[in-house]
Write a protein that binds this ligand. Structure first.
Ligand SMILES: Nc1ncnc2c1ncn2[C@@H]1O[C@H](COP(=O)(O)OP(=O)(O)O)[C@@H](O)[C@H]1O
Ligand SMILES: [Mg+2]
Length: 253
């Protein structure tokens, strides 16, 4: 049996009289990169918000690593390792790239807590954290920028830094809503290449929402297509993109 990290069952969500999610079923396999597509207004962002606890569904259930998360608060879900990139506090612009990663570590202790008694074990822990941060930066090809201030980064590098911060926080699954927005095609390609590398080397699961299909499709393993608040097709990219229901949904059918 396949190992599903995230399972969504019959989830519905309405805003007033408008049904944004009308019975979403979705199972996301661990360790792969999935893409969620669908025309504007089909419910993609609402679904991501529901997965991360920002919205409570009207009905249905969501499981993360077999644990029901439907009623949990966003920060609790984040703590379990289901992380939406912008859920992480904005990068600290006056801090360096490395510092941004170090403060993202869960349970990071400030200098104020260091007492003489604990200093040596604290230093050991800090050393391991720095090592972990460097490993992540190398993976994201940001290591040469480690002492660069975050506000000097390009848009693409900032997205990578957000990813690095998510990884440092212990994310097992990362959700990104339109990560290529605002990036030129070359930088967008770079971003997807680096995300793939993270998925391959660390086994991190990604669920991306991206309307620039041409940019994202070459890098994803699996596609879910939504229309009118439901998943209407899923499978390998070529299958889903040629599915007649999916094609019609984009034509306004
Ligand atoms: N907070 C909200 N209040 C009212 N309606 C909303 C809200 N969020 C989304 N919607 C509506 O729900 C539907 C799905 O929106 P959304 O999830 O943003 O779609 P997508 O991300 O696929 O473009 C749309 O009709 C949208 O107008
Ligand atoms: Mg959206």
């Amino acid at each position: 049996m396949a190992d599903y990290i995230l399972v969504v069952r019959e989830v519905t969500k309405s805003f007033g009289g408008l049904s944004a999610l009308s019975g979403v079923d979705m199972k996301v396999r661990r360790g792969i990169m999935s893409l969620l597509i669908g025309p504007n207004g089909s419910g993609k962002t609402t679904l991501i918000n529901t997965m991360t606890g920002v919205y409570k569904p009207d009905s249905g259930e969501i499981f993360f690593e077999d644990k029901p998360i439907t009623k949990l608060k966003p920060h609790t879900i984040y703590g379990l390792g289901l992380v939406r990139t912008w859920q992480i506090p904005r990068p600290f612009h006056s801090m360096t790239v490395l510092e941004n990663l170090l403060v993202s570590h869960k349970g990071h202790r400030g200098d104020g807590l260091v007492t003489g008694l604990f200093k040596s074990s604290w230093m050991k822990e800090e050393e391991q954290l720095v090592e972990k941060a460097y490993r992540i930066l190398r993976l994201l090809k940001l290591d040469h920028l480690w002492d660069q201030q975050a506000n000097k980064l390009s848009g693409g590098q900032m997205k990578l830094l957000e990813t690095g911060r998510a990884l440092m926080s212990g994310a097992k699954m990362i959700l990104m809503d339109e990560p290529a927005a605002g990036l030129n095609p070359i930088l967008a390609n770079d971003l997807f290449i680096h995300l793939r590398e993270v998925a391959r080397q660390l086994g991190t699961t990604f669920l991306l929402v991206e309307h620039r299909l041409d940019l994202a499709i070459p890098y994803v393993d699996y596609v879910f297509a939504m229309h009118l608040g439901k998943v209407i097709a899923e499978g390998i990219p070529q299958q889903v993109l040629t599915n007649s229901l999916v094609v019609e949904s984009y034509l306004g059918g």
